[in-house]
Design a binder for this molecule. Structure first.
Ligand code: KG4
Ligand code: ZN
Length: 351
């Protein structure tokens, strides 16, 4: 066999500090075969949700400070869990962006300092590529090519994916992201941060047809999305129902279910359209909203009928984590898309 390459990954773009270690076997020389998926040796995650909840959303400065507190202990934990020493790390990867500038700088700064001390190269990873490739860590990994539905708090995109680093944008949101639509609607319903998962849990007790909410661009033939109108419609509904939390209370579950139904219907419709347009028979769903149960249920149903195989990340790897960053770095190196280097400038790209 080839030499084992170990990649440490650090994610700190928003409100989760994630560290992970993956390993793959380096092949001698270029091969045409798809290399084996890197193996996840260990990963650790610290969520700052409890701290930010007090403020109703992520406070960037507090996020940065908490990343500083967490990143080294998490790194030690990962190395201990994997029984790997610092010196046995070959590459250190970090999230380069997009994300909160100060938060990104923590991960990038620690990654580059560690790498410099260890005389090992670094590799900055695009956060979305991490999400996109995260389903490769599942028990049922996809094969290229596929259509990807990337749905996070900051992005909503459909892509044609031919291989690592070979991405063609098919459509994206022209305003809010799907996760943002979940979060903003949840806030209007008076639900605590983070809105998305809480709204979706409440939705399970409500009637998705109770309120007729807009589904912008649903009928359009292109693959773009628009969710900004939805939060306005939810706001209008909450006003109609009365200004007080007491007046809203009996309708909350129905409103949550109707909101979720509107978002999911558009996501499902456009994903199926993207599959039709490309003629591909594989769909990969990634990003935080990919954890949504109703989205998974409807996609599974439609894909089964259409003879399409659908792949998701493991539930705990849907939202931000270090494993997807270590994995994306390893897969980029394997694919010859990028080589890690010793430029320790740690430039981050918040946007
Ligand atoms: O990918 P992610 O962790 O961070 C970004 O890169 O943005 O995604 C976070 C987003 C948030 O908007 C959150 O509300 C949403 O994913 N989310 C969900 C669910 N779990 C997370 N939205 C709907 N249903 C869920 N179960
Ligand atoms: Zn993310």
């Amino acid at each position: 066999g080839g030499r084992l390459v170990r990649v440490l990954g650090i994610e700190s773009s928003c409100d989760e500090t994630g560290v992970a270690l993956v390993q793959y076997e380096a092949t001698a020389g270029p091969t045409t075969a798809q290399p084996a998926v890197p193996q996840l040796l260990a990963h650790a995650l610290y969520s700052q949700i409890d701290m930010h909840r007090l403020y109703g959303g992520v406070v960037p400065e507090l996020a940065s400070r908490d990343h500083i507190r967490r990143v080294l202990p998490l790194t030690r934990q990962v190395l201990a869990d994997a029984a790997v020493s610092l010196e046995q790390i070959d590459v250190i990867a970090f999230t380069k962006g997009p994300g909160l500038a100060g938060a990104l700088l923590v991960g990038a700064g620690v990654a580059c300092s560690l790498a410099m001390a260890l005389r090992k190269p670094v590799l900055g990873v695009h956060h979305l590529e991490g999400h996109l490739l995260s389903p490769f860590l599942s028990a049922d990994p996809p094969q290229f090519p596929f259509v990807a539905l990337l749905v996070s708090g900051g992005h909503t995109q459909l892509m044609r994916v031919e291989g690592v680093g070979q991405y063609e944008l098919l459509g994206e949101t022209i305003d809010d992201a799907a996760g943002e639509a979940f979060d903003k609607s949840a806030k209007l319903l008076g639900l605590p941060y983070p809105g998305g998962p809480i709204l979706s849990r409440l939705a399970e007790q409500g009637n998705p047809q109770a309120f007729d909410l807009p589904r912008p661009l649903l009928k359009g033939k292109n693959l773009d999305f628009s969710f900004a109108g939805l939060k306005t419609a939810v706001l209008t509904q909450t006003r109609k129902l009365g200004q007080t939390p007491e007046a809203l209370e009996p309708h909350k579950a129905d409103l949550a279910a109707s909101t979720q139904a509107a978002i999911v219907e558009v996501l499902v419709k456009k994903s199926m359209l993207a599959l039709q347009h490309t003629g591909l028979k594989r769909l990969v769903v990634a990003g935080g909203v990919g954890a949504n149960r109703e989205l998974r249920r409807q996609l599974n149903q439609r894909c089964q009928r259409a003879g399409v195989r659908v792949h998701y990340p493991e539930l705990h790897l849907c939202t931000d984590n270090g494993a997807m960053i270590a994995l994306a770095a390893a897969m980029r190196i394997q694919a010859g898309q990028q080589q890690p280097d010793t430029d320790y400038a740690f430039d981050v790209r918040p946007r």
